[in-house]
Ligand binder design. Structure first.
Ligand SMILES: C[S@@+](CC[C@H](N)C(=O)[O-])C[C@H]1O[C@@H](n2cnc3c(N)ncnc32)[C@H](O)[C@@H]1O
Length: 334
C-alpha cells in the first residue's frame, strides 16, 4: 500500500511540483487516476496540504539498471575483475578487459549497451600499436563505423579511434595546458593526433598561432576537419609529417607540447632547437615510478647537448599505466 493525496485534476501539476520541491513526492510509484482526480504518491504519512489522504495499491516505476555489471551472469571471480569504468569517445565505448574476460566480451558489450542509452557502438581494445599509436579495436556490438563526434571543454571533434590516437582521459590535462598559455604565444604540438591540445588551447586562450604536426595522414585529415568545425583555421595550422623535420621549418616557439609518451625525449633536442629563451616544453612520458629521478637527469643532459639550460618547473602524474608505471608530464622551462 502507498500513501496518496487525492488531488483534483486541475491542481495536479502544481501539487506535484510542490511535493517534489519539498522532497515528499514518492518517485518510486506511478501516479494513479480516479474520476476527475489524481492519486499522487507521497513519502511519509502526511503532506499537510489539506487534500484527502488514502492508502492504495499503485504500480511501482520500473527502475532502469545503470550498472552493467548487475546484468551479467558470470562466476564471482570474473565479476570481481570487471572494470568499474570504461572510456567513451563520442558515442563509442572502448572496452579494455583482462585476458580471463575476453571470451565474455560480447556479453559484456550487450550489458554496456543496455545500461547506457547514448552508446552507438562498443569495441574491444586490444592495445595501442605502432609508430602512429593507433588502437587495435574489434567492434563487438552496434555500428562497426567507430567514427563519432566527441566534445571536450566546448570543443567538438570528429574522432575515429580505429584510425587515429585519442585519449579522452587527458581532457583535464589539455585544459591545464590551455590555462597556462599567455596571449600571443607561438606554440607547436609535435604529436597532435586529431588536434585536441591545439583546439582546447585556442578555445580557451589566445595564442597567436598553433602549429599541429602529426605523422598519421588519417589523424591529420580528421584534425583539418576539426579545425574547420571549430572555426579555428586562422589560428591552427595542421602539418602532416615527421615532427623532427617539420619543427625545423617553424618560427621560434614559446611553447612545445610533446605527447608521445613512450619516446618523447628522443625528440626533445629538436624542440629545444626552436624554443625561445623563457619558453616551455610539456614533455609526456610513461615511466616506472622508481625512474623519475634518472629520467629527469636524462632530460637535463639532453638539454645540455642541445646547448640549452632547462629548469624542471613541475612534474604531474597524470594517470596509472600499469601497477608500477604512470604517465607523467614534465614542464620544462628553457
Ligand atoms: C600519443 S598520440 C598523441 C595524440 C594527441 N596529442 C592526443 O592527445 O590525442 C601520439 C601521436 O604522435 C604521432 N607521431 C608518432 N611519431 C611521430 C613523428 N615522428 N612525427 C609526428 N607525429 C608522430 C602519432 O601518429 C600519434 O598521433
Amino acid at each position: 500500500m502507498v500513501r496518496c493525496l487525492r488531488v483534483p485534476l486541475e491542481d495536479g501539476e502544481s501539487v506535484r511540483n510542490m511535493l517534489r520541491q519539498n522532497g515528499v513526492l514518492d518517485l518510486s510509484h506511478q501516479i494513479g487516476r480516479e474520476e476527475g482526480h489524481l492519486l499522487i504518491p507521497i513519502v511519509g504519512t502526511s503532506s499537510g496540504l489539506g487534500y484527502d489522504e488514502l492508502d492504495i495499491e499503485l504500480s511501482p516505476i520500473p527502475r532502469k539498471e545503470t550498472d552493467y555489471r548487475k546484468l551479467l551472469d558470470l562466476p564471482q571471480d570474473l565479476l570481481e575483475s570487471l572494470p568499474s569504468s570504461f572510456d567513451v569517445i563520442g558515442d563509442v565505448a572502448i572496452l579494455k578487459l583482462e585476458e580471463t574476460l575476453i571470451a565474455h566480451a560480447p556479453q559484456i558489450a550487450d550489458a554496456l549497451m543496455a545500461t547506457n542509452q547514448r552508446l552507438r557502438s562498443v569495441a574491444l581494445d586490444r592495445g595501442v600499436k605502432g609508430e602512429m599509436r593507433v588502437r587495435d579495436l574489434e567492434p563487438l556490438r552496434g555500428s562497426h563505423d567507430l567514427s563519432s563526434v566527441h566534445t571536450e571543454y566546448g570543443v567538438s571533434m570528429e574522432v575515429d579511434p580505429s584510425l587515429a590516437y585519442f585519449n579522452p582521459r587527458l581532457s583535464r590535462e589539455r585544459k591545464r595546458i590551455a590555462d597556462l598559455v599567455s596571449d600571443g604565444e607561438v606554440i607547436a604540438d609535435m604529436f597532435a593526433g586529431v588536434g585536441p591540445f591545439p583546439l582546447v588551447i585556442c578555445k580557451h586562450s589566445s595564442p597567436s598561432h598553433v602549429f599541429a604536426i602529426d605523422l598519421n595522414p588519417q589523424a591529420v585529415a580528421m584534425m583539418r576537419r576539426n579545425i574547420l568545425r571549430n572555426r579555428l583555421q586562422d589560428r591552427i595550422s595542421a602539418i602532416e609529417g615527421d615532427s623532427k623535420e617539420s619543427v625545423r621549418k617553424l618560427p621560434d616557439l614559446d611553447r612545445v607540447i610533446m605527447n608521445l609518451p613512450h619516446m618523447s625525449e628522443e625528440f626533445l633536442f629538436y624542440a629545444l632547437y626552436k624554443l625561445r629563451p623563457g619558453g616551455v616544453v610539456h614533455l609526456y612520458k610513461i615511466l616506472e615510478r622508481d625512474d623519475l629521478v634518472p629520467f629527469q637527469e636524462r632530460v637535463l643532459s639532453i638539454a645540455a647537448t642541445s646547448g640549452r639550460v632547462v629548469n624542471i618547473e613541475g612534474v604531474q602524474e597524470l594517470k596509472t599505466y600499469s601497477p608500477t608505471m604512470s604517465v607523467y608530464c614534465f614542464d620544462l622551462r628553457c
